[in-house]
Design a binder for this molecule. Structure first.
Ligand code: BV8
Length: 250
């Protein structure tokens, strides 16, 4: 591991353009369960990949809304971990480091990172299910009159509100994905942290970067769909590996 840590530090020091792609694993040490982690308690009987769909919402809007309210609570109480903090510091140290995340929490920003590209939206945001005022019709939940039923009604059209996240079967926000793709096309190094690499089109980004000559560095305690294309594999939790990489860059 020490040799890999030093090789990673050397590569990052030499790189002009760095892209970081993160997944649920980067927030795991902050107490935000990954998609792989089995749901617990009330939600244990559900498959997250099914709940996170427009079909599940149409079938049972209250169930899906309440699941997101539960997850919003977990994210509200979560704090950035040493992995988030090391990435924010790395961004400050680097000429050009862009962060692309699949995560719907704002822990990268809380750690001080800027211009984070959220491929799958933000769980703290709410919008009209029908985008009645245009896509997206963002609604400030705290400005709504008190509401009993969940999901609460859209203040414009009176129909359902939903979390402003990308559900399975829905397209990614066009601008964000194009920007992420362009960042990967021109980078020297792509640092892939805490993702199984199984969700598309996010999972294709490291491969795209590799095809255009970038070196791929993976941080994940368990090998993933990304590991076969990784030039360097750091088999450790990001809260352990990333601070050590930062240290080795000094
Ligand atoms: C779309 C928001 C089309 C909601 C999410 C090609 C092939 C096969 C399937 C498809 C394909 N193209 C499209 C699909 C379908 C689908 C897909 O990819 N399905 C997969 C599951 C097979 N993709 C879609 O539906 C996408 N949309 O394609 O639209 C379209 C186009 C035009 C018009 C109409 C339609 C939309 C995908 C986005 C879905 N939304 N999130 C919410 O959060 O509720 S995805 C969600 O799951 C997360 O955002 C994240 O992206 C994903 C989970 O993946 P990971 O982040 O990798 O997390 P995971 O839990 O899997 O793994 C955690 C990893 O961390 C593990 O490897 C673990 O070892 C590691 N780890 C754990 N602890 C640590 C750690 N690592 C480091 N440190 C630690 N401490």
């Amino acid at each position: 591991m020490d040799a890999e840590i030093q090789r990673t530090a050397d590569l990052l020091k030499q790189a002009a353009r760095i892209v970081v792609l993160t997944g649920a694993g980067v927030s795991q040490e902050s107490g935000v369960p990954t998609f792989r982690d089995a749901l617990t308690g009330l939600w244990a009987q559900y498959d997250p990949q099914h709940l996170a769909t427009p079909q599940a919402f149409r079938q049972n809007p209250k169930l899906v809304w309440d699941w997101y309210e539960f997850r919003r609570g977990l994210v509200r109480n979560a704090k950035p971990n040493p992995g988030h903090c090391a990435l924010a510091q790395l961004q400050q140290k680097s000429l050009d480091l862009k962060i692309i995340t699949q995560n719907v929490d704002d822990l990268h920003e809380q750690a001080g990172a800027h211009d984070v590209m959220h491929l799958h939206g933000l769980i703290a945001e709410t919008k009209c299910f029908f985008d009645c005022q245009g896509d997206p019709t963002i609604v400030d939940l705290s400005a709504l009159p008190p509401y009993e039923d969940t999901p609460p009604p859209c203040p414009h059209c009176g129909r359902w509100l939903r979390p402003n996240v990308v559900w399975f079967g829905e397209p990614l926000p066009r601008g964000v994905f194009t920007a992420a793709r362009n960042a990967c096309l021109g980078c020297d190094v792509v640092l892939v942290i805490g993702t199984s690499g199984l969700v598309e089109p996010a999972g294709s980004l490291p491969r795209l970067a590799k095809q255009t000559g970038a070196r791929v560095i993976e941080v994940n305690p368990i090998e993933s769909a990304i590991t076969p294309i990784a030039d360097i594999y750091l088999g450790a939790p990001c809260g352990v590996a990333l601070p050590r990489v930062l240290e080795a860059m000094n």
